[in-house]
Design a protein around this ligand. Structure first.
Ligand code: SF4
Length: 829
């Protein structure tokens, strides 16, 4: 595992598994004509939860001449390590520095990640300013919803992909391949990029040339991701995401995504079932999330959910519908969803009164909401989150009171069956929406509105949460800003701003300082815009016409609704060409009843068989925490043909138990895991190979054996461990002599008390009785020792390193800890 100081530093990182790669389904290509880095300007756990990244990774790596790799923003502790050690930021797969790729493509999902883009470029050895990049520097591209106002980032990004990326990434890589063959200069490549429809290149197009967004016509032609990468750490959305539809034509006037991603395109149910089968098999995940902007709108939702539940319920796979609209939640759907886990319920009334919901064209009423709340609690859920926005256009005091009133009414509808959470965010009038000309409320107004709601909700069964007003303020500036934002971003980055969307890291004081020094008045960006004024994003055409947006603006003032074109006539928004680009609905397929492909008998009705697995955890897998290791093993078992036995209840877990937890950074050549299965496992060697093929790099099953019915549990038979401490390669002979002396003194002592801090207290512990033997090997490379494990205690390798070897912090970090054996009591016949 010791490849230079990379791994040694990872030992000291807060969450090493963010940086180790080595995941199942990660693609490693040795040779490629085009090397494409997908860069996500947020943490690994956020980026790996984003479906778009997995889709592009899948599409790009399917192209034989392309190698796509990933990189995420390093957390501040890791950034410090990289800067202190002058180590460049690299990809996860091949540890290649960012500067060595042909193209670095940033995913712009939210504005508060902008300073992380600058930080990643800087750490990757790439000049921030596009005008300062030279021959050999990668092309820096960006895609995602924030590109619909590229102005704030035009100083840094060479090319923006406007719209959906599936087809465009193929065209970009083909162009780069050709360009490289012809030895085109970097500037020539950028000029070629500008010729691809849907790509905005500031150096070529300037401010005025209008770029029209790209859309894929039919989602059924793009069944990606085929084999999603399975994160080793717990991510925000740790599940399979099936995109059932793209786009939304409901026409909520505040919703940027609803305008940007029109028209509405559904995937066929049969293809979704096929994708579910393949991705579950490829990942071993336990939850499928059905994703779209409004999943209740999917025209075949009930048959799809019923088929998924029929097929996967017995494998303990839950189905989640994260973006259901209030009125689309039918009793039949709820019955299906609650067959496995009761996933959390969030409803988005957005506003407190029917009048306000007419203004924003939300299309539902308080009555709809309350009857849904009743249904949800009746079905057994215990809590509901209601999501509201503050500062919507035409909002009056009565609308604020409406939020409070609706909160109490929802609680009444809950009839003491659970809790209500009211979640408040500040409305940001986003580009390309009918509200793009409206003003955004100030920080002070947001605070006053939050206080108003908080002071009026005094019931402990209603929980009020609110989004940080400072972040909404910054989001407003960035999303509505012009080219002047670039200088602000660079100054704030140089002052130390990073992760502006993370409340524990946001340095709003530095932002205030930056804005004050710049002389820019933030109100320039927050203010109401004149109808005939040029907007910073007017050079981007998302397909929805300006006339439609203006008409919608007027209709909001008149409190007039606009119908959904999925179910009514076309409302002339301008997006469709009605030949290739149009609303597409799932084919009405014959509803076949699907049965489980791998039924698991109910563990209450069968007598379980127990098996003991011996496995190793080496190399980068050594950085996994016990929870991460456990999840990786369970997923590999789920991907194999084993039917595991599960606990019963709403959160069923596979019945597994480990000998002990291995700590982060410790490798092990021999660990044990007991599993229960409802049926006999036949060819154990074959099974071993099957599981190993499904495990991440570094984890390997060495043996599987069946336990006899009266055999003791693993915890009952555990007696101790053998360890090796691999000393630093450059350790000098005088230090080795000291270590040898320290070991001799330790072995000669009858007691050896050390002081440790535990739960804020200092405790004294005698570790001598737990150590049987210890020696420095003849080559002076390893210290070997055996530790007794007793129900009352044991000693840890870190105790030996710090107190017996007396290593300082620097030496400790360089010592590789390997458990070579787990000692179990012999089986008595
Ligand atoms: S052009 Fe008409 S049918 Fe197409 S998304 Fe717009 S309103 Fe709907």
């Amino acid at each position: 595992m010791n490849n230079g100081n990379f791994d040694e530093l990872l030992l000291a990182a807060e969450k090493p598994s963010r940086y180790i790669g080595a995941e199942v389904n990660a693609v490693h290509k040795d040779k490629a004509e085009v090397r494409f880095l997908l860069a996500f300007p947020d943490t690994y756990e956020v980026g790996m939860s984003h479906l778009g990244l997995q889709i592009l990774y899948s599409i790009l790596n399917e192209i034989p001449y392309v190698a796509a790799e990933r990189c995420f923003a390093p957390w501040p502790d890791r950034e410090k390590q990289l800067r202190d050690g002058k180590i460049p930021l690299t990809s996860l797969e091949s540890l290649t520095p960012l500067a060595d790729f042909d193209v670095v493509g940033f995913s712009l999902q939210y504005e508060l990640s902008y300073t992380n883009i600058l930080n990643m470029l800087d750490l990757g050895g790439i000049p921030l300013a596009r005008t300062e990049r030279k021959e050999g520097h990668p092309l820096i591209t960006a895609g995602g919803p924030c590109c619909f106002n590229p102005a704030p980032l035009v100083d840094f990004i060479d090319a923006f992909v406007i719209g959906e990326g599936e087809e465009v990434v193929e065209e970009i890589t083909a162009m780069i391949r050709e360009g490289k063959k012809k030895y085109l200069s970097r500037n020539n490549l950028i000029e070629q990029l500008a010729k691809i429809p849907g790509i905005y290149v500031p150096a070529v197009h300037g401010k005025n040339q209008v770029i029209k967004k790209r859309s894929i016509a039919d989602l059924n032609l793009w069944a990606h991701p085929k084999k999603p990468v399975v994160p080793l750490m717990q991510t925000i959305h740790d599940r399979i995401t099936l995109e059932i539809a793209r786009g939304c034509t409901r026409g909520c006037r505040f919703c940027q995504a609803g305008m940007l991603w029109r028209p509405y395109r559904e995937r066929n149910t049969s293809l979704l079932m096929e994708m579910a089968e393949k991705t579950l098999q490829a990942t071993g995940h336990e939850e499928i999330s059905l994703l779209s902007l409004s999943s209740g709108d999917y025209s075949c939702l009930e048959p799809l959910v019923i088929n998924l539940m029929n097929k996967y319920h017995s494998q303990r796979v839950a189905v989640a519908l994260p973006s259901l609209r209030v009125e689309s939640l039918t009793a039949a759907l709820m019955e299906e969803i609650k067959r496995t886990r009761k996933t959390s319920f969030t409803l988005a009334p957005e506003a407190g009164t029917d009048k306000m919901r007419l203004i924003i064209n939300k299309g539902n009423t308080s009555e709809d909401l309350l009857s849904t709340v009743d249904k949800i609690f009746a079905a057994g859920w215990k809590s509901i989150k209601l999501y509201f926005m503050l500062g919507l256009p035409h909002e009056e005091q009565a609308d604020m009171e409406g939020i409070v009133h609706l909160g109490y009414e929802a609680l009444r509808a809950a009839k003491n069956r659970g809790q209500i959470t009211i979640s408040l965010s500040t409305f940001v009038p986003k580009p390309h929406t009918p509200f793009q000309w409206q003003r955004q409320i100030s920080l002070e107004e947001t605070h006053a509105k939050q206080d108003f709601i908080r002071q009026r909700i005094k019931n402990r069964n209603i929980n009020v949460k609110w989004h940080d007003a400072k972040m909404s303020f910054l989001e407003g500036i960035f999303s509505r800003g012009d080219e002047r934002i670039g200088a602000l971003l660079e100054t704030a980055f140089r002052k130390g701003c990073r992760f502006d969307g993370w409340s524990e890291i946001l340095r709003f004081d530095l932002w205030q300082e930056t804005i004050a020094e710049s002389g820019i008045n933030p109100e320039d960006f927050m203010r109401e815009r004149e109808i005939d004024e040029r907007l910073p994003w007017d050079n981007i055409d998302c397909g929805v016409s300006r006339d439609f947006l203006l008409e919608e603006k007027q209709k909001s003032a008149d409190q007039t609704a606009t119908a959904d074109c999925r179910l009514n006539d076309c409302q002339n928004c301008g997006v469709c060409d009605f030949s290739t680009i149009k609303n597409i609905f799932a084919a009405k397929e014959k509803n076949k009843t699907v049965v489980s492909s791998k039924p698991i008998p109910d563990s209450t009705t069968v007598s379980e068989k127990k098996y003991r697995l011996t496995f190793s955890k080496l190399d980068r897998a050594g950085f996994l925490s016990h929870l991460e290791l456990s999840a990786a093993l369970v997923r590999a078992l789920r991907r194999s043909s084993i039917a595991l036995a599960y606990t019963i209840g709403y959160h069923p877990h596979p019945k597994i138990s480990f000998a002990t937890a291995t700590s982060v950074g410790m490798e092990s050549r021999q660990e044990y895991l007991d599993i229960a299965a409802p049926e006999y496992l036949s060819d154990l060697d074959l099974l071993k190979g099957e599981i190993n093929a499904a495990l991440p790099l570094g984890i390997e099953i060495l043996e599987i054996r069946m336990l006899s019915p009266d055999e003791k549990t693993i915890a009952e038979t555990l007696q101790g461990f053998e360890f090796e401490l691999h000393l630093p390669a450059d350790i000098d002979s005088s230090r080795l002599s000291v270590i040898e002396e320290n070991i001799e003194k330790f072995l000669a002592a009858s007691t050896y008390s050390i002081q440790k801090s535990s739960k804020g207290k200092t405790v004294t512990k005698d570790i001598r009785p737990f150590i049987q033997n210890m020696l420095l090997d003849a080559a002076g490379k390893k210290v070997k020792f055996t530790v007794n494990y007793t129900p009352t205690g044991s000693a840890r390798p870190t105790d030996i390193i710090a107190h017996v070897l007396k290593s300082n912090a620097c030496e400790s970090r360089q010592i590789r800890v390997v458990k070579t054996k787990t000692i179990l009591a012999p089986i008595l016949n």
